[in-house]
Design a protein around this ligand. Structure first.
Ligand code: GDP
Ligand code: MG
Length: 599
């Protein structure tokens, strides 16, 4: 196969700058598909993605383009997930490419993820070139944006095509640039097979479908393949590529190509993103660099709002995990919530996406408990517990000390925001490791930070304090001893186990106060005062009250009938008593997650 006719690329952009629209146009303009056949936004094939504007699963799409030089080129367009929770998957998708088309909205200019994405692409040695989109809009100012790209990002932009992904104007120029600027692969097809897995999805008919970039060698049906990290082995049933959402089988995938492999693999967990595929009878010596086992970073409890739906929730999780090897779950019970599951996620967004899919695709109404990272508890009797659920924390008298997970964070930021970002890191108990200027305009800051300080809202804070010009990459960096406490929340004097969480001792008071304030805003007023308290052990450290709703039942019966008045008063009292007796204050289901998000 002629590698000089292959281009492997991705499109990167700030959200809403037109990445999906351009992808659609490219598919349309390169044949294989007519617009009639085309569904709206083929690459974002999940409803949820479309609505939230994020791409969860990486996917590759192959088209054929006849260039102005008269030659036909195979274009492999690789879609990248768009959020830091999926950072590792993004990095593997980029590793499968040779170049990137940078879409910049010419009415907006360079923004948050424009810079972040370019940094990531450059780290993977991709050839990046910009295109100026939305040129059809009257507010487009392409010349200024061109200059901005050169000044802020430092990449060449004078010949960036001015396009409208919407109308299709000048999209050919993008295709020509892909052919001319992005290097063709030059890899050896005769060596032992070495292919990078950058996506794996479960299909009810074909089993696991893995997306690969073949780096060396070739793979064909009948080969016995081995996943180097997981050790799983299977015989290849089919190889091929995705032609606009359809699977198109072919004879072999050779060095330089992007496509899929099916091998009646039952579990996606056998085919981890980042792993290297080789053949069992002629394995390559070394796997491709950069494999990381994806670890759950955040745990929380998921409970059905209606406890009768517990089996449904279990079935739904069983199905979701087929497709998402990074989702973990096991049964647990809560005093407040009954039977449910303790689930592990890559981050808070991953949690929200799963929660939303369960609610939407499986019609479940869920209660989510306070998310937590995994702490290590060293007990006085020598036992060590990995604590994923704060309410399982042993009695403080039995605890020798505790450790919390740390991360090494690398933050790329343009020089104007270095000060603001350093301040943010310090507020989050960060320990400065170093700073290095990669270029004149951008610096790399390295910090060690406690995972629990960055898991909830650090990414948002980073973006707002840098006006978006910062990107974050982090990896777990072991555990560190720390002064930690369990903070309990009492609603109407009753401890709500689902709201307990572990906190750094010095922040306990502040956190407790903020949680009470937040919770106060989340709990609707009822017929009686509801005290909300934060406590460490038996010591209450913060308190708020949800004031009773003054439902003045008497106002309705003017004058007259005393016995009726009495009756009403009795009734109201009864109502109050009932609520108090049961101690059941209705806490809205979103409250559990909302109170954790600080500003
Ligand atoms: P993404 O978030 O980068 O994938 O952006 P989308 O492709 O979803 O586009 C975001 C919005 O911009 C959508 O409403 C598109 O219809 C619109 N859009 C994309 N390209 C153009 C363009 O060239 N001109 C105009 N007027 N709108 C565009
Ligand atoms: Mg999109």
């Amino acid at each position: 196969k002629d590698q000089s006719k292959i281009r492997n690329f991705c499109i990167i952009a700030h959200i809403d700058h037109g990445k999906s629209t351009l992808a659609d146009r490219i598919i349309e303009k390169t044949g294989l598909l007519t617009s009639r056949e085309m569904q709206n936004q083929i690459l974002d094939n999940m409803d949820l993605e479309r609505e939230r504007g994020i791409t969860i699963k990486a996917q590759a799409c192959r088209t054929v383009y006849r260039a102005k030089d008269g030659e036909e080129y195979i274009l492999n367009m690789i879609d990248t997930p768009g959020h830091v929770d999926f950072n590792y998957e993004v990095s593997r998708s980029l590793a499968a490419c040779d170049g990137a088309v940078l879409v910049v909205d010419s009415t907006q200019g360079v923004e948050a993820q424009t810079v972040g994405n370019v940094y990531l692409a450059l780290e993977h040695d991709l050839e990046v070139f910009p295109v100026l989109n939305k040129i059809d809009l009257p507010s487009a100012h392409p010349d200024e944006v061109r200059q901005e790209i050169e000044d802020v990002i430092g990449i060449e932009a004078h010949d960036a095509p001015e396009i409208s992904a919407k109308t299709g104007l000048n999209v050919e120029d993008v295709l020509e640039a892909i052919v001319q600027k992005i290097p063709a692969p030059t890899e050896d097809a005769e060596k032992p097979l070495k292919a990078l897995i950058f996506d794996s999805v479960y299909d009810a008919y074909k089993g696991v479908i893995i997306s690969v970039r073949v780096r060396e060698g070739r793979v064909k049906p009948g080969d016995r393949i081995r996943m180097m990290a997981t050790g799983a082995e299977e015989e290849v049933v089919e190889v091929g590529y995705f032609g606009a959402g359809q699977m198109i089988p072919c004879d072999s995938l050779d060095a330089g190509e992007v496509g899929y492999i099916t091998a009646s693999i039952k579990k996606v967990s056998d085919t981890r993103v980042g792993d290297t595929v080789t053949t069992a009878d002629r394995p390559c010596e070394e796997p491709l660099p950069g494999y990381k086992k994806v670890q759950s970073m955040v745990y929380c409890g998921l409970y059905p709002a209606d406890s009768a739906k517990y089996p449904d929730l279990r079935d739904a999780l069983d199905k979701l995990v087929l497709n998402d090897a990074s989702l973990f779950y096991e049964p647990e019970t809560s005093l407040a919530l009954g039977f449910g599951f303790r689930c592990g996620f890559l981050g808070l967004l991953h949690l929200e996406v799963i929660q939303e899919r369960l609610e939407r695709e499986y019609n479940l109404d869920l209660v989510t408990t306070a998310p937590s990272v995994v702490y290590k508890v060293y007990k006085t009797n020598g036992e060590v517990i990995e604590l994923t659920n704060p309410s399982n924390l042993p009695d403080p008298a039995e605890i020798e000390y505790m450790e919390e997970p740390m991360v090494k964070a690398e933050i790329m930021v343009t020089k104007d925001f270095v000060g603001a970002i350093m301040q943010l890191c310090e507020e989050r108990r960060g320990e400065y490791i170093g700073m290095e200027y990669i270029e004149e305009t951008r610096a790399k800051l390295t910090y060690t930070l406690p995972l629990n300080e960055i898991i909830y809202d650090f990414f948002d804070a980073l973006k707002s304090r840098s006006r978006g010009y910062a990107s974050l990459d982090y990896e777990l960096a072991g555990y560190q001893r720390s002064e930690l406490l369990k903070l309990d929340i009492l609603v109407n004097k009753e401890q709500v186990d689902a709201l307990s969480f572990i906190v750094f001792a010095d922040s306990a008071y502040d956190r407790g106060r903020k949680m009470c304030e937040k919770l106060k805003g989340e709990i609707p007023r009822q017929l009686f005062d509801i005290p909300i308290q934060a406590a460490v052990g038996s010591k209450v450290i913060a308190r708020e009250t949800v004031k009773a709703l003054r439902k003045d039942v008497l106002a309705k019966c003017y004058g007259g009938d005393i016995s009726r008045k009495k009756k009403l008063l009795e009734k109201q009292k009864e109502g109050k008593k009932k609520m108090r007796q049961i101690g059941s204050v209705e806490i809205p289901k979103d409250a559990f997650l909302n109170v954790l998000k600080l500003d």
